[in-house]
Design a protein around this ligand. Structure first.
Ligand code: GLU
Length: 550
């Protein structure tokens, strides 16, 4: 009995690995092309950190004319949630992150290196496990979970490193005959890797993001095939990223400390190791403490949050690149109108310790993104959001399409477009006074400022409607008339004049404009009043002034 016989006893039907080596040949790509992937486990809602990884991986592959694929790591079937995969695919798609290969909607797959769902690759992993057993580099372990726990307790009591290694790795010393006999007797087992490492030796590794790191060698005989026949993450990672010809493993830095094990697996399997780029988690400033964005504590950790709030995808994409590379901000300043795909993202310029996520900044980015949209785009986006989250707004927008596009057109499409909308959930508040239906329900008081006595206000409004208002006026004439009106009522026609002789005037033309603005909108701050009046139209304006005078 030798290792080969043992391997055949364990995996009698597994194919020789040459079958897979030939089935998945080198990719034919230009030099420097990055082949990378997003490899989520469908075990919970989509975290913004996952989107961040996806965006980065997709971007660097695109920049180098490489390949980006989506691999579903569903080997931990106990932790899998319903619709986990669909949610991941939908979220990525929502943010424009299309994979070149991998798992797509409705369990479809695309690409020559599949299957891309690990649960469907069982026989591939078993072939490679068999290959290791044949060489005495992996072995069946018969320790029961209780025995493993006993080992751990002993290690804890003696204050030594936990794990299955060295003298603790009981089953690694079984003879082939002993192993075969136990198997024939029906004892249950898993497959462990026989680590050639020594804890007192160091390995050095250069991570694309973290730079040089040093770790003790791995000496743990980790599980590679579990009792259910599926691989552990570590083994699946090595086999898959080898067969799929991944050049760069871009993943969360919780895996950094597994690098010694992974490099060892690649080496023992005879594979060329990929480059690793370990991304630090997105951090949050919590009252002066920098901590990870937490699924439990922070609603903004969930990708869904952004769609619910109506923060446009373009803004989220842009902001995530912004925190990925600090050079983005300068690039954006120099290229305000370029699409983000023109930005050259550099993995080695990513933050080692974790970029800080700042909601205020995201909303600033978002404001700018929205300010560059056409009024039709704003209308469409706002309507799409409202259809899901605000029935009343959706109804208003649908019933007043042409009018709403005009509303969104106020101070838009010019050099300094309005920036008062940072998310679609702001829309209703920012335009409500443009719709009688909403304005009439607005019970707030009129917020008059400098000129605030009823008879003075009424005088201004009355005179404006009867004598000065003409919907045909161009902007200059319109404004000149407000000056005239101010003069007629003994307010200063120019602010300058008012400042020069403050004792002579009670108020100035700006204060008169404020009266008109408040009467029209109940607000002191709005976009351009001339444009607002143009859109509202004569009837509504007269009605509003009358209402204000009551
Ligand atoms: N399934 C692993 C995770 O979700 C993937 C890590 C990797 O990208 O290799 O953390």
């Amino acid at each position: 009995m030798d290792y080969k016989d043992l391997a055949n006893l364990i995996f009698p039907n597994a194919k020789d690995i040459t079958y897979y080596e030939e089935k998945y040949p080198e990719r034919n790509l230009p030099e420097g092309a990055i082949v990378t992937r997003y490899a989520p486990s469908p075990t919970g809602f989509m975290h913004i950190g996952g989107l961040y990884q996806g965006i980065i991986a997709k971007k660097v592959s695109e920049q180098t004319k490489g390949v980006f694929f989506l691999r579903v790591e569903d080997t931990d079937q106990k932790r899998e949630i319903e619709n986990g995969v669909t949610e991941i695919i939908n979220s990525l798609e929502d943010y424009g992150i299309q994979a070149d290969e991998g798992v797509f909607q409705n369990d479809q797959e695309k690409g020559n290196y599949g299957p891309y769902k690990q649960s469907q690759r069982k026989e591939i992993y078993q072939s490679y496990a068999k290959y290791l057993i044949e060489q005495g580099k992996a072995y069946p372990c018969f320790c029961s979970p209780e025995e493993i726990e006993q080992i751990r307790n002993k290690q804890e009591a003696a204050k030594i490193r936990p794990g299955y290694y060295g003298v603790w790795a009981k089953c690694r010393n079984n003879t082939v005959e002993q192993m075969a006999e136990k198997i024939k007797n029906g004892e249950s087992y898993i497959i462990r890797f026989k680590s050639p490492g020594r804890e007192d030796k160091k390995i050095r590794h250069k991570d694309v993001i973290k730079g040089n790191v040093e770790f003790p060698e791995n000496d743990q005989d980790i599980v590679i095939i579990k009792a259910d026949g599926l691989p552990t993450y570590h083994f699946a990672h090595a086999v898959d990223d080898h067969l799929m010809h991944t050049t760069h493993v871009i993943r969360g830095d919780e895996w950094l400390s597994s690098v010694p094990l992974h490099l060892q697996l690649f080496q023992v399997l005879g594979f060329k190791a990929p480059k690793y780029a370990h991304i630090a988690p997105i951090m949050k400033n919590d009252n002066g403490n920098k901590r990870k964005l937490s699924k439990r504590k922070d609603p903004e950790a969930a990708v869904n949050y952004y769609s619910e709030q109506g923060i446009p995808k373009e803004a989220v994409n842009e902001y995530l690149l912004n925190i990925a590379n600090s050079t983005f901000e300068n690039w954006r300043r120099a290229n305000p109108d370029k699409p983000i795909k023109d930005f050259d993202l550099q993995l080695n310029k990513m933050s080692v310790s974790g970029a800080l996520f700042d909601m205020v900044k995201l909303l600033d980015v978002s404001k700018i993104v929205i300010s560059k949209m056409t009024s039709e785009q704003v209308y469409q986006n706002a309507l799409e959001w409202a259809n899901k989250y605000d029935e009343q707004l959706a109804k208003i927008l649908k019933e007043n399409k042409e009018y709403s596009i005009k509303v969104f057109g106020i101070e838009r499409g010019n050099k300094k477009p309005r920036k008062d909308i940072s998310k679609w959930s702001d829309v209703k508040e920012s335009i409500s006074y443009m719709y009688d239906e909403l304005f009439e329900k607005d019970n707030t008081e009129y917020l008059y400022q400098v000129i605030n006595q009823k008879e003075k206000i009424n005088k201004i409004l009355e005179l404006y409607i009867t004598k000065y208002y003409n919907p045909q006026d161009d902007k200059q004439t319109w404004f000149d008339k407000i000056k005239e009106l101010s003069g007629e009522l003994s307010y200063a026609k120019e602010v300058k004049e008012f400042k020069a002789n403050p004792e002579k005037y009670e108020a100035h033309v700006g204060d008169v404009s404020t009266v008109l603005r408040v009467a029209l909108t109940k607000r002191t701050n709005t976009p351009d009043m001339y444009e607002i009046m143009q859109v509202l139209g004569k009837d509504v304006i007269e009605q509003r002034f009358k209402k204000a005078m009551q």
